[in-house]
Design a protein around this ligand. Sequence first.
Ligand SMILES: *Cc1c(COP(=O)(O)O)cnc(C)c1O
Length: 409
Amino acid sequence: MIHYNNSYNPDSEGFYGQFGGAFIPEMLFSNINNLKNQYLEIIKDESFQKEFDNLLKDYVGRPTPLYFAKRLSEEIGAKIYFKREDLCHTGAHKVNNTIGQILLAQRLGKTRIIAETGAGQHGVATATVCALMGIQCIVYMGEIDIARQAPNVQRMKMLGAEVRPAKSGSKTLKDATNEAIRDWINNPIDTHYIIGSVVGPHPYPDMVAKFQSVISEEMKWQLKEKEGRENPDYIVACVGGGSNAAGAFYHYLDEPEVKLVLVEAAGEGIYSGKSAATSILGSRGVIHGSMTMLMQDPYGQIIEPHSISAGLDYPGIGPLHAHLIDSKRAQVFAATDDQAIEAAFHITQMEGIIPALETAHALAVLDQMEVNKDSVVIVNMSGRGDKDLNTYIAVQDSDKTENIPSSGI
Ligand SMILES: *Cc1c(COP(=O)(O)O)cnc(C)c1O
């Protein structure tokens, strides 16, 4: 039986302090209400949990290892562990959530799945579970992203999904989200919308956090085995919407001695005008159905974010994280594009693990933690770097990495 009790659960309307809720058009009300009334009962049901656990084990490959990074630990002067979500099937933590949501959709009697995707990682994770269950899958993706992320588009198609281009606006993630919402309004009976992070209207942030919470559930017994204690001193995770961080933090939220560190993408510099440091630059407002922190101009229009990593290139953060930051339960650090690239090359050569560009942001701030040799730091390795190889190759070819191995982390 999984325990989901903690003092950071949202209230019945989906609020974490002053953030969260469901700010939705009237035409989505019945879909969201239906989900809100049923999700807790379904995911706490024993047969659901059994099927979820079995798939996480045999299909995703859980538990993922908690790996002691020996050489890096010596360099930093603390005990550094990696929680290896990069070893999950499809290459990142995202599949934990899509497995949970496809099982939920089946129990709601849904026969058609829609999703939005930016870089294609969530689209691939969704197309994967739809193939697994033999369910129709439609993925909305901005026209520009389709051109930029061709290999993931091909993966989704091979998995049997239909990829529909979003041709309006900036032709990227937020436009794909708008198209998916429009589809859901038109197909309320047979369709479930799988959102890919702890964002969107209630109950999505809570539901996705609960599906991802398996990450910290495993960390507790794994760290106990290795260090004789369940609690690390720090947990460090990158934040786009916030699902890998939510999963890594979940079972530690009520352990105040565990410091929770979120790392945002500072792009070309926090104040460069090309950044995705949402909580630092943002203010309170509504995005994609949720009251949270987002980057907006004085008229409430969204400011386009920038990050070298597609997974962090989002103008908002989930409402749980906005609350954790607001209440000072979590601290925020930022890493620039260059710092992330440098960390990615350094970690690859120190540990033989090529991290996703998103994860590289979390790795880039490790030397800023206040630690001693007995401190235990867990970094959530949200994904692997195969998808980012073209970016890494371009940097390598431009010779920018010549001084990287000697330059510290
Ligand atoms: C999508 C993605 C992220 C960012 O999403 P979160 O919801 O913030 O976790 C981070 N890392 C990887 C590898 C991703 O694919």
